[in-house]
Design a protein around this ligand. Structure first.
Ligand SMILES: Nc1ncnc2c1ncn2[C@@H]1O[C@H](COP(=O)(O)OP(=O)(O)O)[C@@H](O)[C@H]1O
Ligand SMILES: [Mg+2]
Length: 188
């Protein structure tokens, strides 16, 4: 299937449950377990040099999703992934290294450049960034952007903007777990 938007899934198009607007897919996670499943699958699919940006309010689930990504990357349980808010960066060993960054306490891209943190946008591990808005303008183009929304219960909606690098991988993920797509959103 042609992929003009950068995120069309093979064999699926509008009407099959995929919100496809300019390379965007909306994912519906009905509970914490589904967030863990999605994160774990992302971790399994991650390749050296990948960057995943996690946008969303406090409590949206960015760190929780990162913990699941770490599990998929085979980060040992003894290296429990916590919020790096105070340290800005935590590094974990796994199938490939996980660099977990949280820019909440930083101001802007100039500060991130001053601290040399942009170095982590192009390493041979997976870099996961919370509060990527602080690095607006200096983030790499090949990043996977995920915006987490908390409707106020244990479900989450993730708006995903994916570059070509993630297209085929996400297609595999959704073909294996079709229930994560919005078609499964309950009627209100
Ligand atoms: N489906 C879900 N996905 C992610 N977190 C959830 C979900 N349901 C409940 N939660 C809870 O919401 C909180 C999210 O916190 P956290 O991951 O630290 O958010 P953030 O890093 O975005 O500030 C955690 O206490 C988590 O257990
Ligand atoms: Mg957090």
């Amino acid at each position: 299937m042609e992929s003009e938007t950068g995120c069309q899934l093979p064999g699926m198009d509008k009407g099959d449950g995929v919100s496809d607007m300019g390379g965007q897919i909306s994912i519906y996670l009905k509970n914490l377990e589904e967030t863990r499943l999605f994160g774990c699958e992302l971790g399994k699919l991650a390749l050296p040099g990948d960057v995943i940006c996690l946008d969303g309010d406090l409590g949206a689930g960015k760190t929780t999703l990162t913990q699941a990504i770490a599990q998929g990357l085979q980060v040992p349980d003894s290296e429990y992934v916590t919020s790096p808010s105070f340290a800005v960066l935590h590094q974990y060993p796994g199938r490939i290294p996980l660099y977990h960054m949280d820019f909440y306490r930083l101001h802007d891209a100039a500060e991130i450049l001053d601290l040399g943190l942009d170095e982590y946008f192009s390493l041979s591990g997976l870099t996961v960034i919370e509060w990527p808005i602080r690095a607006a303008g200096i983030l790499p183009a090949h990043r996977l952007d995920l915006t987490l929304e908390n409707p106020g219960d244990d479900s989450r909606i993730i708006r995903c903007t994916c570059p070509p690098e993630w297209e085929a991988r996400l297609a595999v993920l959704f073909s294996q777990h079709p229930g994560l797509l919005p078609a499964s959103t309950p009627e209100h």
